[in-house]
Design a protein around this ligand. Sequence first.
Ligand code: PLP
Ligand code: ZN
Length: 408
Amino acid sequence: MKLTCIRCHKQQEQLYAPFCSDCGGLINPVYDMTSVTLKHSDNPYVRYSDLLPVNDSSLLPNDAIFTPVVHATRLGKLLGVPNLYLKNETVLNTGTTKYRMAAVSLAFLYENGVKHFCTSSTGNSSTAYAQLISNIPELNLSLFTAADFRYRVHFEPTDQINHFILKDATFSEAFEVAGLYAKNNGFTPERGFFNPGRREGLKLAYLEAVDQIPNPIDWYVQGVSSAMGVYGSFSGAKELLQLGHIPYLPHLLCCQQDSCAPMVKAWEEDSEIIEARHIVKKPQGIAMAILRGDPSKVYPYMRGIVKESAGNFARASEEKIRKARKLVFEEEGIDICYSAATAVAGVMIAANAKKIPASDTVLVNLTGRDQPVDAVVHGQWLKKINGQWLPQPTNSPRSSGSHHFANQ
Ligand SMILES: Cc1ncc(COP(=O)(O)O)c(C=O)c1O
Ligand SMILES: [Zn+2]
């Protein structure tokens, strides 16, 4: 595997560089396809090991199995797509597809010399990182969570994790603070979408589904925040196509809740970039995992691959998302979160508008389920005072130590 710029194809020498040193392009792993084989194993981290950016397979889960795929015949009939398949990622250990993200990313970061990284999320990625980090005791994590999302972060405190909760911050702000904190303290900003380890981990749901579904997959559908899962899946599809394992690439359908749909709005206007008018400053909605109001940095990449795939973006109302969640539960017995239901609502809308032909095989990634709400949230509160994030009195036994906080 070589870490290579998608634009100028320059191989990167610096470990864990998010952008090309020459042209600033996105860094993606490139595998030597002549030596890739798909192993005979029920463990996806073994079966697809040649397509993962990790050398030492003992760093990856050794007891994982494929998540189930169901041919949702009843729901498919209702939506007008009889070949509807649902990938049930809710059964993963942390309840979401982000388990795969953390499993691969932690190993990737470790192998690339990272010791202490800083990140933020709307809950599920942070939970997965925090729950899996004990597998690699040499790694440390500083986690930043906007206060509205604090009940979505679940972990038992350990010395490997510092958790900061930001009063009155949006998710995008918390992500920026994580980056600045890393810079001020000599740690690694984790960079979300721009961390290849994340995207590569997330492609596993699609790779598995290819082996589980009898027909070639025409559509890959997901609820998106930065859409790193869709990006990773499309990379995985290109790899399988090169291997001759699939006959063609899927169309991509990226779905958002219409109260926070910056990518869909930019797409509908055929805008090459996210403009100020597309950004949602204080995102609200029931699809909490995907409330990213400002995807400016990732959108041009996503627009590129959605166009390449002859795919689409779709936005769904709260009412449609609620209906989709109810239907998945009633017809297929799977209890999903509203972010996962957004993808099902997207299929409902696209099929109704005849944008997905009835004969197509559609794969929806049911990315997660709701988590139980924790009564106790472990973390150090920070409050923005005169442009600086400062520690607040807290009941948590963990203190902020002597770290430098980010100036905003
Ligand atoms: C349940 C769930 N669905 C969808 C997404 C969106 O995934 P992505 O980050 O690939 O856009 C997330 C992201 O946190 C999530 O937790
Ligand atoms: Zn480049």
